[in-house]
Design a protein around this ligand. Structure first.
Ligand code: ATP
Ligand code: MG
Length: 669
């Protein structure tokens, strides 16, 4: 175990009041958190069940739990919560749903559900669904700032905002009627609850005696408020962060929260860390030089004793195909030459769409890889179908789930029938599911159809009953058999093989549900909770569980790479319009893109390569690419340029910006 340096030690030992550790990448901020958890338990008499550590992704939470596990003996760590904000929010809601006006087994709506709901509302209210995306953005940012629909309406400054606010109002009502919450509600609802119910807040404050927050720079207003409420007057809080790694402004994160902290906690102690233990000096210099181009509220120094290390390679390739091929082949060669595991290598990119070609190349060379993000397991049709069954099972008010499953497999219930059912349910203010066997429905629908609907409901009610009487997983297995889902897949798949693979996913999902139930430490998890957890995990990380543990090249976006480290890092697509992203160039938010590049670069321990293509295909057209402006901002003496076979000698000899200018000129030719 590494010895902490005096500053880190100071941060670990300080429990006298609120503490902020403000420091650059790889300086041991996360290490301070894990060591501090151990310190609190072992030396300060705080039981693990009273400690909560907040991280940004599930992956990070898992890693932190593992690290703490090596520091604490089994029983010492029992009850410790290491969680993302959204997971904590979900746990709060699942325990306090009643005062929030929810019923148990609430659904968490994903982007697809939300989009469908918004489109539906806009069609009903405005006879058109133009701009559903825009409205969603408005709603997201209102929710991030804890603005409720009536407040949004009161504050609307133009017709567009007014429309969005009205849709927001309907949207929120519908969610409630469906007994559903969206992603933002997982934070918003607990905050509102705590603000309105002092007794409930006190209960949670007593449960959480010490709070630690990693990646603090990326908390948004509502998350910050949640932290503040939970900490209360006790002031037992440690937060660590790096303003240069703030990359979630688009999700409402406020780097100024670092300043707010000083205002809200006048006794705040600040500890700065300056030694980086992760990267070679050269990589660090690159990162420092790049980020120096951003304005700085806090001046930070960062140095490393890891030696100068290899130069940073800038690799130019003909096109994106050659780019991915090159990266795949290099990794393969290195792996064979040095016997280093594939997991030592990470390929980072700006957007998930860049992963596809890279994946194909890795597959082609039979290089195992692990992909975080992208088209997820949960995005597959069969998984979505089954998830909808799960949701309807635990939450009969979830009309979205009802509509997804009612004709999968086919039950001969047409859209007119469903529309009439919907209208009827609407008038009676009940869910479509509940309306399905109401006698009154007979006035609107032919008995053939009412019988089909009633049959479906009877059957589903039966499954629900079995979940209670019998073992729930067994009930779910027989539900899948009942609907003969396998047959349905066969009818709809291009081949039996495809159908089989899909059916495999279905059973995999059922197993995942079983695992979630089995893993529950507190022993009070219901099937509703387990399903909620699955949905949430899907949204947070979209990662296939089956791949866990196996060796493989790590592929992920730079956003997802936050907090992680790898011996060798490739950042692909280091080009204008990709990094910085086109939309950032247009909206002039280059600083955030620079921070993103900084995050990417500082993931590397020993080797770093930045690749770009001269040409690539975009929307079916071949376009000429320009190397990223961030290359201009890196120290030229630390870069080696590769793969520019046709480059004139003087370009290689030239320095810095000139080299890049000549290069660009050359590419244009
Ligand atoms: P990031 O900003 O990227 O999240 P961080 O500040 O959280 O980075 P850590 O991940 O905690 O940094 O630490 C980076 C690396 O340095 C880890 O491999 C960690 O084990 C190591 N490390 C941290 N402190 C020390 C120390 N005092 N001595 C040796 N190694 C250390
Ligand atoms: Mg960290």
């Amino acid at each position: 175990m590494s010895r902490l340096n005096p500053r880190q030690q100071e941060a670990v030992n300080y429990v006298g009041g609120p503490l902020l550790v403000l420091a650059g990448a790889g300086s041991g901020k996360t290490s301070v958190i894990t060591r501090k958890i151990a310190h609190l338990v072992q030396n300060c008499g705080i039981r693990a069940q009273h400690i909560v550590a907040m991280t940004f992704t599930n992956k990070a939470a898992r890693e932190m739990k593992e690290r703490v596990g090596t520091l604490l003996k089994g029983p010492e760590a029992r009850g410790l919560t290491v969680s993302t904000f959204h997971n904590l929010g979900m746990n709060i809601i699942r325990k306090e749903y009643a005062p929030l006006g929810y019923k148990p087994g609430f659904s968490i709506f994903d982007d697809g559900d939300i989009k469908a709901l918004l489109t539906d509302i806009m069609q009903k209210e405005y006879a058109g669904d133009d701009g559903a995306d825009e409205v969603k953005n408005y709603i997201d940012s209102w929710k991030n700032d804890l603005i409720l629909p009536d407040e949004a309406l009161a504050g609307a400054r133009n017709p567009k905002e007014q429309t969005a606010a009205i849709v927001y109002l309907h949207y929120q009502r519908t969610l409630k009627a469906y007994n559903a919450v969206d992603f933002n509600d997982l934070i918003l609802l607990p905050v509102k609850l705590f603000q309105e119910h002092q007794d409930i807040l006190e209960k949670w404050q007593n449960r959480i005696r010490y709070l630690l927050v990693d990646e603090y720079q990326d908390t948004n207003s509502s998350q910050y408020l949640l932290v503040k409420l939970l900490v209360g007057m006790r002031n037992q809080i440690t937060v660590v962060g790096d303003d240069d790694q703030s990359i979630y402004a688009w999700r409402g994160a406020r780097p100024e929260n670092l300043n707010l902290l000083k205002e809200d906690y006048p006794s705040l102690k600040v500890v700065m860390l300056e030694q980086n233990y992760r990267s070679t000096s050269r990589i660090l210099k690159c990162a420092n030089t790049l980020i120096a181009n951003n304005p700085h509220a806090f001046e930070k120094q960062l140095w490393s004793e890891m030696g100068m290390g290899d130069e940073i390679r800038v690799i130019r390739t003909r096109n994106e195909d050659a780019e991915c091929e090159r990266v795949a082949l290099e990794i393969l060669t290195e792996h064979l030459r040095t016997q280093r595991p594939y997991s030592d290598f990470a390929i980072l990119y700006r957007g998930n769409y860049q992963a596809k070609l890279m994946e194909l190349k890795l597959q082609h060379h039979q290089i195992p890889y692990r992909l975080s993000g992208g088209t997820s397991f949960f995005a597959r049709q069969e998984v979505k179908d089954l998830m909808s069954y799960f949701r309807l099972l635990v939450n009969p008010d979830d009309d979205n789930a009802f509509l997804r499953v009612i004709n999968v497999p086919r039950r001969e219930i047409g859209s007119t029938t469903l529309e009439k059912l919907g209208n009827y349910a609407n008038e009676r203010k009940i869910s479509m599911y509940a309306a399905s066997d109401e006698i009154g429905l007979g006035e609107h629908l032919d008995s053939r159809y009412t019988e089909r609907l009633a049959r479906f409901k009877r059957w589903m009610d039966g499954v629900r009953e079995q979940c209670v009487i019998n073992e729930p997983i067994a009930a779910i297995r027989s539900m899948v058999m009942d609907i003969d889902y396998e047959n349905w897949l066969r009818q709809n798949a291009s081949s039996d093989k495809v159908a089989e693979a899909r059916m495999g996913n279905v059973w995999f999902l059922v197993d995942a549900l079983k695992n979630t139930l089995d893993k529950d430490e507190e022993g009070d998890m219901t099937i509703e909770d387990a399903i909620g957890k699955l949905v949430l995990r899907d949204m947070l990380e979209r990662q296939q569980e089956e791949e866990e543990g196996a060796d493989g090249v790590q592929m992920m976006t730079m956003h997802a790479s936050k907090g992680l480290e790898f011996p060798s890092v490739y950042i692909i697509g280091f080009e204008e319009e990709i990094l910085p992203h086109r939309s950032s160039i247009e909206s002039d938010t280059i600083e955030e893109e620079r921070r993103l590049a900084y995050v990417g670069i500082t993931r590397a321990k020993r080797n770093l390569a930045l690749t770009f293509a001269a040409k690539r295909k975009q929307y079916g057209e071949i376009i000429e690419c320009t190397p990223s402006r961030f290359l201009d901002e890196l120290p030229p003496e630390d870069l080696v340029w590769e793969g520019q076979e046709e480059a004139p000698v003087e370009v290689k000899a030239a320095r810095g910006n000139d080299a890049l200018a000549s290069m660009r000129a050359m590419l244009k030719r």
